[in-house]
Design a protein around this ligand. Structure first.
Ligand code: SAH
Ligand code: SF4
Length: 438
């Protein structure tokens, strides 16, 4: 009898880039004779792909690691590996902190996984955390989650060094794939039936390969036959030239949604954050985008309670959010990250209860803005791409507008996941539109 293949359970935390990286890892492991299993099946190896962007992400992973350390007592031989941004930052510190962890592997070392697992099975403990200036995993075909959308990383790393952010340390220097490899992968996606591709990068619009910049690349991707929708995330406001806005405006397949992280409204704080733009620069870009791209949806990220943020600074963020009227926003409490410029230079001096209060007030304001914007859509008919079913009922379809809003509506004969259809909006919440097929 041939020996059974070892089973691997792979958990993913964090951003879309981590989801994509897990698809690369799954592909690498499958190629090397491992079988990926879900949490209902026993696994010989548990891998967790981690995020280090805020302390809350670390805390969640640590709780899991403690649990698996216990599980190892009942399942001797179980291998636990930690991947991604946490080990890249803590290096062998993680092996010392959690004796149940057999190995750690940073985002540029995934090719070493088969070797790390073999080493761990022989009793070794290793930290593979070298960062690379070249690794883009271009030659690896990700083992994607079947569905409507495919993630496609066009660049990796970040050179921006926003003072609060750990990403330039955990993911290393910026590097871009060639347009040829991105286009070939896009064509492959259409053969596999994906309708939408989302181009990914920590700083996606600073993509550059030879003469091809991000505007040229996204235009070429959108021209691939069979791709119906193209999205991208996350762009940085300082790398958003007018010709990129024009490419988005001119190309019906590029969705009219831009995630546009503001972070703070006060210029003094933006400067301390090393964001490279003022509120005025940001507002001018928003104005240009809205003038050129009809029905544009804008979403953002905001941090409350950055070091030295006064109530007056915070009020500038509130004013900016009221002025722009984003469609939605992710609003975070500042979380000090060891080793970042902000952690080195500025004491984390805004008390936690004030940070929380600022977040709560801003979330409430944004909910109002989102609800008002959504209410204005009642009675309109929107074109949506069906992505799946509502979590609550298999009789309700879940779809998305071009502007990235979620629409729920009762199934109708002949409709399937991956289809486009027109839905008339009859009810809304701050996060969702409800309607019926017309
Ligand atoms: N590269 C992307 C995403 C970075 S992480 C970008 O520049 O937009 C996603 C978001 O997490 C950031 O936009 C920021 O709002 C938030 N974030 C990053 N570091 C943080 C920290 N130390 N504390 C709180 N929020 C943080
Ligand atoms: Fe972090 Fe700034 Fe790079 Fe985004 S652009 S990943 S916030 S350093």
């Amino acid at each position: 009898m041939p020996e059974a293949k070892p089973t691997v359970r792979l958990l993913t935390y964090g951003c879309q880039m981590n989801e994509y990286d897990s698809e690369l890892v799954a592909s690498l492991l499958a190629e090397n004779g491992y079988v990926l299993v879900d949490d209902h099946h026993p696994a010989d190896i548990i891998l967790v792909n981690t995020c280090a962007v805020r302390e809350s992400a670390n805390t969640r992973v640590y709780a899991q690691l403690s649990q698996w350390t216990h599980q190892k007592k009942e399942q001797p031989g179980l291998i636990v590996g930690v991947l991604g941004c946490i080990p890249q930052n803590l290096k062998d510190g993680l092996l010392e902190k959690f004796p149940g962890v057999d190995f750690v592997c940073g985002p540029d070392s995934y090719r070493r996984l088969p070797e790390l697992i073999a080493h761990a099975r022989a009793g070794g403990h290793e930290a593979a955390v070298d960062l690379s200036e070249y690794e883009t995993y271009s030659d690896i075909a990700p083992l994607r989650v079947p569905g409507v959308n495919a993630w496609l990383a066009v660049m990796r790393g970040c050179d921006n060094f926003c003072s609060f952010c750990v990403v330039p340390f955990s993911r290393g220097r910026e590097r871009s794939r060639t347009p040829e490899s991105v286009l070939e992968e896009t064509r492959q996606l259409t053969r596999e039936g994906y309708k939408q591709v989302t181009l990914l990068g920590q700083n996606v619009n600073s993509y550059r390969s030879g003469d091809t910049d991000f505007a040229a690349l996204i235009g070429q991707v959108a021209a691939v036959d069979g791709i119906e929708r193209v999205r991208f995330t996350s762009p940085h406001p300082k790398d958003f030239p007018e010709h990129l806005i024009e490419v988005i405006a001119a190309n019906p397949r590029i969705c009219s949604h831009i995630h546009f992280p503001l972070q703070a409204g006060a210029d003094r704080i933006l400067k301390l954050m090393n964001r490279g733009y003022t509120l005025d620069d940001f507002l001018r870009l928003v104005e240009m985008m809205r003038a050129k791209i009809p029905n544009l949806a804008l979403t953002t990220d905001i941090i409350c309670g950055f070091p030295t943020e006064t109530d007056a600074d915070y009020q500038e963020t509130v004013r900016a959010v009221s002025t722009v009227e984003f469609d939605s926003a992710f609003i975070f409490k500042y979380s000090e990250r060891e080793g970042t410029p902000a952690a080195k230079r500025y004491p984390d001096d805004v008390p936690d209860d004030i940070k929380s209060e600022r977040v709560t007030r801003l979330v409430a304001l944004q909910r109002e803005i989102s609800a008002t914007k959504n209410r204005a859509m009642i009675g309109q008919t929107v074109r949506v791409l069906i992505e799946g079913f509502s979590k609550k009922s298999p009789a309700v379809l879940r779809a998305r507008t071009d502007s990235n809003k979620i629409v729920l509506f009762p199934t109708a004969p002949g409709l399937a996941v991956g289809d486009f259809c027109d839905v008339r909006i009859s009810e809304v919440t701050p996060n969702t539109l409800l309607g019926q097929v017309v």
